[in-house]
Ligand binder design. Structure first.
Ligand SMILES: [Zn+2]
Length: 498
């Protein structure tokens, strides 16, 4: 009795030390990565009666590129929701779903910008008033930083979109001005195209303060570092290190349950859900499965949030939306697995989602099938999923041939070059999944998973390109795979006799 007690105590102590080591090594990596990053500090106030957010935003922008900048360009994604926008955040066919109560509009207003404490020249332009250009008082050299400050007023549309309010929740995705990625001699200034997720940003640090009515529950990308109550309002502080974006979902109706996946706290925020434990477990299984297959999830928490949303789900760093319109259990779990996989492919390893949507969506869709393969209790076989994907793809291609007389099956097009949302989904998600299935068959399991681990490890916190992915597979397999990848991407693989 004494002896077994002693052993249990020793084991408990050992486990506690191990857990503390894991937590601290995780934090140390994030702290190390976060050291020289751009930092966003925002103090925001949500007005629930006018559906607006008034905020003060400060960006300590660090030039982490190798050329000096005379100006900085920032995305103003909320302007896509304004009346008269040329490029709308939904395709025409999805408009009735996005605005079930009738058309509604929103935008973002900025009147003055300060750089290094002095009023700065700025303008709002881009393809569709989607870009703010801030002039610097002098060249910003590599490694140097400027502090940019401004107030903004965000007006929300009544819509279950990534950004908007409904009677249940307030979705705050892509809600604040965020710096454009610099590449190939210029800033990437993509508009809010309706196909895919047109967002593109670098890893940064975030310190966000949110003041709102005290009866709201808040799910956030960041870790809650403090809460102050002031009468009927409360102010919450959040911190997120080395993340690609920062999102919130607010609701007065949320319940939540949490449990840990190793040293990661996973929380499910929900309403009207008789089986929350099932979905929390699916999220935990997904985090554990992908950490094992690809490499460790580096953040201290992950929030899975049920919310009104026009698509199945949406990924933000450390926070995913799962649409309350997904009512059957299998599909709900599939959405959770897909959006959790995006934490690896989009979140930690970034990519240009407009130019190479297949790079995160194709790999994420295949990762979703891997989740089911490695967790047979969810009763979805990898082979069935691949067969269904193939059949559905072939039916789509046949239908296009009949209707349009031809079909472009290339995957290496920017999202705005696809004729329809269906074409984008079939070429990027479905065909992307089939491509990774094919590559795995060619190089075998061991090399396939080693390649993905290598791709993850090398491109963590960076922006990866197709070359980085193909390179990781080629180096690991010691095979020339460019031809087979190119055949898939160029639309030259014939799938009719698979
Ligand atoms: Zn996705």
């Amino acid at each position: 009795m004494k002896k077994s007690n002693y052993i249990i105590k020793r084991i408990a102590l050992l486990l506690a030390v191990l857990l503390a080591f894991l937590v601290s090594s995780c934090r140390t990596e994030l702290q190390k990565v976060s050291k020289d990053l751009t930092t966003y500090t925002i103090a925001a106030k949500y007005d629930e009666f006018n559906h607006t957010i008034s905020a003060r935003q400060k960006i300590k922008y660090v030039n982490n590129y190798d050329v000096p900048f005379k100006e900085l360009k920032l995305h103003l994604y909320p302007n896509a929701f304004r009346e008269g926008a040329k490029i709308k955040p939904v395709s025409e066919s999805a408009e009735s779903k996005a605005y079930p109560q009738g058309m509604s509009y929103g935008d973002i207003i900025i009147n003055e910008v300060y750089v290094a404490g002095k009023k700065a020249e700025f303008n709002i332009g881009g393809e569709d008033r989607n870009i703010m250009t801030v002039k610097f008082p002098m060249d910003l050299y590599p490694g140097a930083s400027f502090t940019i400050e401004f107030d903004f007023l965000l007006r929300l549309a009544h819509t279950p979109h990534r950004l908007g309010y409904t009677n249940k929740c307030v979705n705050l995705g892509n809600w604040f001005p965020i710096a454009c990625v610099y590449e190939d001699g210029g800033f990437a200034t993509y508009a809010y195209y309706p196909n895919g997720d047109p967002f593109y940003s670098e890893i940064a640090n975030y310190y966000i303060e949110l003041t709102l009515s005290s009866d709201f529950f808040v799910a956030a990308t960041g870790r809650n570092t403090g809460t102050r109550l002031q009468g009927k309002t409360k102010t919450l502080n959040f911190e997120a290190l080395a993340v690609r974006d920062f999102a919130f979902v607010l609701s007065k109706e949320f319940s939540s349950i949490s449990s840990s996946a190793g040293n990661i706290m996973v929380t499910y925020f929900y309403y009207d859900d008789p089986e929350p434990e099932l979905y929390l477990k699916a999220a935990i299984d997904a985090v554990n499965t992908f950490s094992r297959l690809f490499g460790q999830y580096p953040y201290p928490h992950l929030n899975v949030v049920k919310t009104p949303f026009i698509y199945g789900g949406m990924e933000y760093p450390c926070l995913i939306y799962v649409s309350d319109s997904v009512t059957d259990q299998d599909s709900y779990i599939e959405v959770i697995a897909h959006e959790v996989a995006h934490q690896w492919w989009y979140g930690v390893v970034g990519n240009d989602q407009v130019k190479n949507g297949w790079l995160d969506e194709g790999l994420t869709e295949y990762s979703t099938s891997l989740f089911f393969e490695k967790n047979p209790s969810y009763n979805q076989k990898m082979s069935n999923r691949i067969m269904q994907a193939l059949q559905s793809y072939l039916v789509y291609v046949e239908m296009c041939k009949n209707v349009y007389g031809e079909v472009d099956t290339s995957m290496n097009r920017p999202s705005y070059a696809y004729k329809t949302e269906y074409e984008y989904v079939y070429m990027t998600y479905v065909k992307g999944e089939l491509m990774f299935y094919n590559i795995r068959n060619i190089i075998g399991d061991k090399v396939f998973f080693e390649s993905l681990k290598r791709y993850y490890e090398r491109n963590k916190y960076k922006i990866a390109t197709p070359k980085d992915l193909i390179g990781a597979f080629e180096e690991t397999s010691k095979k020339d795979l460019e031809g087979i990848f190119d055949a898939w991407l160029d639309g030259k693989v014939y799938l009719g006799d698979w």
